[in-house]
Design a protein around this ligand. Structure first.
Ligand SMILES: [Zn+2]
Length: 114
């Protein structure tokens, strides 16, 4: 389960930020998850609740934002929405799409308590 590793990295980043800001705690962590990333939101939520314990972010709520995927068609050069890693171009039907959005997990916001 790689979500555990992701959650550990996430909490480290969050705690480092909170410490740098001399926060008393962390209220909310907002994370964008691309639909083409391999991150399972429920698994990440579960892992986050496990790893946050006892630290500065122990009370933090995790808010996940779903980011739609998009792919650039190699055949016609247009962009199509992608919900899974193997998409089909909505313009010409070509299966050769190179993902250009929605592949990553990104921390968007860390709300700290001061
Ligand atoms: Zn196309």
């Amino acid at each position: 389960m790689h979500e555990l590793t992701l959650a550990e990295d996430l909490i480290q980043l969050v705690e480092n930020t909170a410490r740098r800001e001399q926060a008393r705690g962390v209220k909310t962590v907002v994370v964008e998850i691309g639909r083409l990333s391999t991150v399972e939101p429920d698994a990440l939520r579960f892992a986050f609740d496990e790893v946050k314990r006892g630290g500065l972010a122990a009370e933090a709520a995790l808010r996940l934002i779903d980011v739609p995927g998009a792919g650039l068609c190699r055949a016609c050069g247009k962009t199509s929405p992608m919900d899974e890693i193997y998409g089909t171009c909505t313009h010409c039907g070509s299966p050769c799409l190179d993902p250009v959005a929605g592949q990553e997990m990104r921390v968007k916001e860390i709300e700290i308590a001061t």
